[in-house]
Ligand binder design. Structure first.
Ligand SMILES: [Ca+2]
Ligand SMILES: [Ca+2]
Length: 157
């Protein structure tokens, strides 16, 4: 059900896009993750935000949170399927974000964010596994773990 609602949001977004492109000037005027947040982010943590450009912090985590929809860990309840921008200032190199909680035993697409990349300011143009058919990571992340670089197939940019 929750994935249906994410798809509905995407459909609305596509509808808006048909009316005309959103002026890129509005994005240029907005703060970026770097300007506003990366410099002051705590070393060792991964952050997630409800809005683009690191606006509307959902939470931050020094460790793993394998289910963003449960009542434990750094991300809980309504944090599930809500992240629209992410930031990695961790001491480990990569954070692997999953479409479903990691306890899910079926196919679970992911996207990774490296410390070197630092942040992804708008997940709406980042697709799980780098494949458009997998769907955008925007409002669709349900868990994360810290991993070695070799554990990732696709990286957010
Ligand atoms: Ca969001
Ligand atoms: Ca959690």
């Amino acid at each position: 059900m929750r994935k249906m609602s994410a798809a509905a949001v995407g459909a609305v977004f596509l509808g808006i896009s048909l009316l005309g492109p959103v002026p890129s000037a509005s994005a240029a005027e907005a703060a970026t993750c770097y300007d506003e947040f990366y410099e002051t982010a705590l070393a060792g943590y991964v952050y997630a935000y409800d809005g683009a450009n690191c606006v509307g912090q959902l939470g931050l985590a020094v460790g793993n949170d394998q289910n963003w929809g449960d009542s434990g860990g750094s991300f809980q309840g309504s944090d599930n399927n809500k992240a629209s921008s992410i930031l990695n200032k961790g001491n480990y190199s990569e954070v692997k974000f999953f479409q479903y909680p990691t306890t899910y035993t079926g196919y679970n697409p992911h996207i990774c964010l490296s410390r070197a990349e630092g942040y992804a300011s708008n997940l709406s143009d980042n697709y799980f596994m780098g494949e458009r058919a997998e769907g955008t990571a925007n409002n669709n992340i349900s868990g994360h773990i810290w991993v070695d670089r070799t554990a990732c197939v696709e990286f957010a940019t």
